[in-house]
Design a binder for this molecule. Structure first.
Ligand SMILES: Cc1ncc(COP(=O)(O)O)c(C=O)c1O
Length: 458
């Protein structure tokens, strides 16, 4: 047997620093804005996040050291394997070489623990006793519950988007097994939740609503020992995920590949995409020819159809205004099965990378994604999360294109998580019960009318 399926790194080869894209962007980032358009200062964010993470949020350092206790937690599952998708390549009859970084090997089943352990550790260092958060698919809530258990001495409270809460009861059980608490959002526990329920009693919920609840719960704790934690979108979350792409680079080098031709990741808030792609954007900024593609659902077309604007990260407008691609903070997505991709905004760093031409974006319907997920499961064996199937669907498109062109391209994609808790979605697809939704342009325009008059980013 001469071919090598999996490429591993030693634990000692795990990155010792995170890569920050912000200082390398061709156009400087637009700062977050508070009420009246004033630039948000670190002190203004202090009721929501601990100062050590705020420092990372605003950092212009290119490389930031990973503290040793965080590296010790990361090695529970890192470095994650890079896998050559030989069986998928054969099924497609493509000359392309397909590699995927398997982030599904983490305890919670996705890339999310990469930032969860870091955030829990920094909060504990700062003296925080409780973290509140939202979760879409349940991956992030599980990851943070796991991380709080690892760090010890921090409670974790999760507001889970109603539709996912109903579709994925085992995610709540995972959170509780690690000692976290999980409620469906909107809940009656917060003013933001009660207001939404009064207006829309049957709402399926949204990430924007769940974020409002989690932020409110954090800032209204009279002890001052609770902070809010976000699983995507923010600069420090993108930063913590860059271990993925850094490892992938070393692993490709081990099999003699200097650079991939194409890098692909699915995009919800942008974090797993940032994780795999930012270290390659660094190379691209320095002259390498690499095509970098973010993939999103056609039902939530943040990168492909939404404008680059200043908008809130949540429905109740509790967050500052962030410069990002946004479908409008009032956006309530269709209940597609990729729960983690149903967010109205996009990470400011990813939005800026799109604006600066460092990446391109595309969208896929959920039926094409599930079809890709089934092919992947039957060939490579692992059942992907519905979010991850977006990256796989685009990889298949590119592999077919390589076949038509007769080109032996190297395609790298991020396998952001496994789908073992998402089988209800697969079952519906197999039974022909899933519908495709394209988000109507008219509704985007309607949502965006609510942010008319907000400042415009550069
Ligand atoms: C497996 C998986 N992939 C992707 C995502 C999308 O999030 P992000 O864009 O922050 O990576 C999620 C979010 O819940 C997820 O669970």
């Amino acid at each position: 047997m001469t071919r090598q399926k999996k490429i591993f790194l030693e634990e000692s080869e795990m990155p010792k620093q995170w890569y920050n894209l912000a200082p390398d962007l061709p156009t400087p980032m637009n700062p977050p804005l508070g009420p009246g358009g004033v630039i948000v200062t670190p002190e203004m964010l202090a009721p929501v996040f601990p100062m050590n993470l705020i420092e990372q949020e605003v950092s212009q350092e290119r490389w930031i050291d990973i503290p040793e206790p965080i590296r010790e937690m990361l090695v529970q599952w890192r470095p994650s394997p890079l896998i050559r998708a030989y069986e998928l390549e054969e099924a497609l009859g493509t000359p392309a070489k397909i590699y995927y970084k398997n982030e599904g090997v983490s305890p919670a089943g996705s890339h999310k623990p990469n930032t969860a352990v870091a955030q829990a550790w920094y909060n504990k260092e700062f003296g925080i006793k409780k973290l509140t958060t939202e979760t879409g698919a349940g991956q992030w809530g599980s990851a943070l519950s796991y991380a709080c258990a690892q760090v010890g001495g921090i409670e974790c409270k999760v507001y889970m988007v109603r539709v996912s809460f109903d579709q994925k009861p085992f995610r709540k059980m995972m959170m509780e097994t690690w000692g976290g608490q999980c409620v469906a959002s909107p809940s009656t526990e917060t003013q933001a939740g009660r207001d939404i329920l009064a207006q829309f009693p049957d709402t399926p919920g949204s990430l924007g609503i769940a974020i409002s609840e989690a932020v409110e719960a954090a800032v209204s704790d009279p002890t001052g020992e609770t902070r809010y934690s976000l699983g995507s979108v923010l600069n420090h979350v993108m930063l913590h995920q860059t271990v993925i792409g850094q490892e992938a680079k070393k692993q490709l080098k081990k099999v003699g590949i200097d650079k991939p031709d194409i890098v692909i990741g699915c995009c919800g808030g942008g974090s797993n995409f940032a994780g795999i792609s930012f270290p390659f954007m660094y190379d691209k900024i320095n002259g390498a020819d690499i095509q970098i593609i973010g993939v999103e659902p056609t039902s939530c077309p943040t990168l492909t159809k939404a404008p680059f604007v200043y908008d809130h990260g949540d429905v109740a407008k509790m967050t500052p205004l962030l410069a990002m691609n946004s479908l409008g903070h009032n956006f309530v997505p269709a209940p597609i099965h990729a729960g983690g991709l149903r967010y109205h905004g996009m990470a400011p760093l990813v939005s800026a990378a799109l604006r600066d031409g460092l990446m391109e974006a595309t969208s896929v319907h959920q039926s094409e994604c599930f079809e890709a997920g089934l092919l992947f499961a039957k060939t490579e064996g692992i059942i992907p999360a519905p979010e991850t199937t977006h990256a796989i669907a685009q990889t298949i498109r590119e592999a077919k294109k390589a076949k038509e062109e007769g080109k032996e391209k190297v395609i790298l994609f991020n396998f952001s998580g496994h789908g073992l808790m998402d089988l209800v979605g697969y079952n519906k697809y197999i039974n022909g019960e899933l519908k495709d939704y394209a988000y109507p342009e008219s509704e985007i325009a309607e949502n965006l009318r609510k942010i008319e008059g907000y400042p415009m980013p550069k």
